[in-house]
Design a protein around this ligand. Structure first.
Ligand code: NDP
Length: 437
C-alpha cells in the first residue's frame, strides 16, 4: 500500500505523538465533564473541580452517563434521517478539487435542502406534539456518551476500510497504526459510489447537529421558563445564521482542508461526530439554565456585530472560491484581482497550475478569514456575560485550532507550491492578523 505523504509532515514526530495521544485520551472525558459542568454544576469549573477532589476517580465514573437505549435510538434515527436526505434529496452535480493523486471526486449539492428539511421536520415534530426536543436535552449526557463510544468504533471501521477496501487511490498507510487511526487512511471514503462518508460525518451529522441542538436549547429554556431570554435568542440566532451560511456554502466547504486534504480518521471524523455537537454548541447549553437579560439595545448590538463577522467570514471564502471558479476572471473589491500563477506536481507526476489570490481579503493576510470566524464565536458566547469561563471554552479552543490550522496549511502549501508560496508570503507577509501576526 502506498505511503501517506501528507500524514508525515503535519508536525514534528514528537509533537505529533504527544498531541495525538493526548487528544485520543483526553477528549472523551472532557466532553463528559463539559456537559456535567454546564448542566449539573452551574457552569462552574470550580464546582466540578471540588466535586472531583472530594470524590476522586470513582466520582468521575459515577457522573459518566451510560449510553442508554433512548440515546442510541435518538442517534440512530437522526443519523438514518440525515443519511437518507443526503442520498435521496435532489442536488446539482459538483466536482471537488483535484486530489493529490489527480482524482476529482463528484458530489451532490443538496446540503441546503437537507438543512431546511431537518429544521422544519424537527420544529414541526415539537409544534404538533409528536416529539419533544427537551427529551434530547434531558438525555444529552447519555447521547454524548453513546456518541463517544459509537464514533470510536466508527473510526476503527474507517481504519479497517482504508486497509481492505479503499474507495479510491487517495488512500495510504504511514506504516504506523496510531497515525493511521488518528489522521486516517482515505481522503474520500465512500459507501457504494455515491454515499460520501466525510460529507455525512462533517456536514450532515456534525454541522447539522449544531443547528438541531441550538434549537433544542432554545425550546428547553422556553419549556422551563415559559419564555426565551434575549441572550438565548441572540445566541441561537447567531449560531443558526452561521450554520445556514455553512450549508449555503457547503459545496465550497468541499474545497477546504477538511475535505480536500485531511483524511477520514479520528481527528476529523470523531471531531465532527462528537466534538461539534458537544463543544461547539456549549455556549447554548450553558444558557439553558442561565437566562441572562441583556436588554433590547445590547442584544441588538451583539446580534449585528455577530452577523457582520459571519458575513465577512463568508465573503472571504466566497472571494477565494469565485476567484478560483472563474480562473481569476472576476472582480475583487471592484478591481481585477492581483494573483500568482503557481505550478505544482501531483503525486502521480502530473504538472498542474493553481491561482493564488493576493488582493481583497486574501491580500490582508494569508488566513485573514479566521479573524471574523473567531469574533463571530465570541459574539454568540458573550450573551452569557462573564460569570463563568466555561462558555468561552469554544472561543479559546477555536483560536488555538485556527492558529494551528494556519500553520498546517502554510506548511502544506509551502511543500505543494515551493517558490510560488514564498512569493505569496513576500507579497502578503502576515499569517492571520494584518500588521501583527
Ligand atoms: P480554506 O481551505 O478555505 O483555505 C485554504 C486553502 O485555500 C489552501 O489549502 C489552498 O488550497 C488555498 N489557498 C490558500 N491561499 C490561497 C489564495 N491566496 N488564493 C487561492 N487559494 C488559496 O481554509 P479552511 O478550510 O481553513 O477554512 C474554510 C472555512 O472554514 C473558513 O471560513 C474557516 O473560518 C472555517 N473553519 C471553521 C472551523 C471551525 O471549527 N469552526 C475550523 C476550520 C475552518 P489549494 O491546495 O487548493 O491551493
Amino acid at each position: 500500500m502506498a505511503a501517506a505523504p501528507e500524514t508525515k509532515t503535519v508536525h514534528s514526530p514528537a509533537l505529533t505523538y504527544f498531541s495525538m495521544l493526548s487528544l485520543l485520551s483526553l477528549c472523551p472525558p472532557f466532553v463528559i465533564l463539559l456537559w456535567y459542568t454546564m448542566v449539573h454544576a452551574d457552569g462552574s469549573v470550580v464546582q466540578t473541580r471540588n466535586y472531583l477532589k472530594q470524590h476522586g476517580l470513582q466520582g468521575f465514573i459515577d457522573i459518566w452517563p451510560r449510553p442508554t437505549a433512548i440515546a442510541w435510538k435518538i442517534i440512530f434515527v437522526y443519523g438514518a434521517f440525515e443519511a437518507a436526505l443526503q442520498l435521496l434529496l435532489p442536488g446539482k452535480r459538483v466536482e471537488g478539487p483535484v486530489s493529490p493523486t489527480g482524482n476529482r471526486p463528484v458530489y451532490k449539492a443538496n446540503g441546503m435542502a437537507a438543512y431546511f428539511v431537518t429544521l422544519v421536520t424537527y420544529i414541526s415534530l415539537w409544534w404538533f406534539e409528536i416529539f419533544n426536543p427537551t427529551v434530547v436535552y434531558d438525555h444529552l449526557g447519555e447521547i454524548y456518551s453513546a456518541l463517544i463510544f459509537g464514533s470510536l468504533i466508527f473510526c476503527v471501521f474507517l481504519y479497517i476500510k482504508g486497509h481492505v477496501a479503499p474507495s479510491s487511490t487517495d488512500c495510504g498507510s504511514s506504516g504506523n497504526l496510531i497515525i493511521d487511526f488518528y489522521w486516517g487512511m482515505e481522503l474520500y471514503p465512500r459507501i457504494g459510489k455515491n454515499f460520501d462518508i466525510k460529507v455525512f460525518t462533517n456536514c450532515r451529522f456534525g454541522m447539522m447537529s449544531w443547528a438541531v441542538l441550538a434549537v433544542t436549547y432554545c425550546i428547553k429554556q422556553y419549556e422551563l421558563n415559559g419564555k426565551v431570554s434575549d441572550s438565548m435568542l441572540v445566541n441561537t440566532t447567531l449560531m443558526l445564521v452561521y450554520v445556514t451560511k455553512f450549508f449555503w456554502w457547503e459545496a465550497g466547504y468541499w474545497n477546504t482542508m477538511d475535505i480536500a486534504h485531511d483524511r477520514a480518521g479520528f481527528y476529523i471524523c470523531w471531531g465532527c461526530l462528537v466534538w461539534v455537537p458537544s463543544v461547539y454548541t456549549s455556549p447554548g447549553m450553558y444558557l439553558v439554565n442561565h437566562p441572562v437579560n441583556l436588554g433590547m439595545q445590547l442584544a441588538l448590538y451583539i446580534l449585528v456585530a455577530g452577523i457582520l463577522c459571519i458575513y465577512i467570514n463568508y465573503d472571504c471564502d466566497r472571494q477565494r472560491q469565485e476567484f478560483r471558479r472563474t480562473n481569476g476572471k472576476c472582480k475583487i473589491w471592484g478591481k481585477a484581482p492581483s494573483k500568482i500563477e503557481a505550478t505544482y506536481t501531483t503525486t502521480s507526476g502530473e504538472t498542474k497550475t493553481s491561482l493564488l489570490l493576493t488582493s481583497g481579503w486574501w491580500g490582508l493576510a494569508r488566513h485573514f478569514h479566521y479573524v471574523p470566524e473567531i469574533f463571530a464565536a465570541f459574539f454568540w458566547t458573550v450573551p452569557a456575560l462573564f460569570n463563568h469561563f466555561l462558555p468561552y471554552f469554544y472561543v479559546v479552543f477555536l483560536t488555538i485550532l485556527l492558529f494551528d490550522r494556519a500553520k498546517r496549511d502554510d506548511d502544506r502549501c509551502r511543500s505543494k507550491y515551493g517558490k510560488y508560496w514564498k512569493l505569496y508570503c513576500n507579497k502578503v507577509p502576515y499569517k492571520i492578523i494584518p500588521g501583527i501576526y
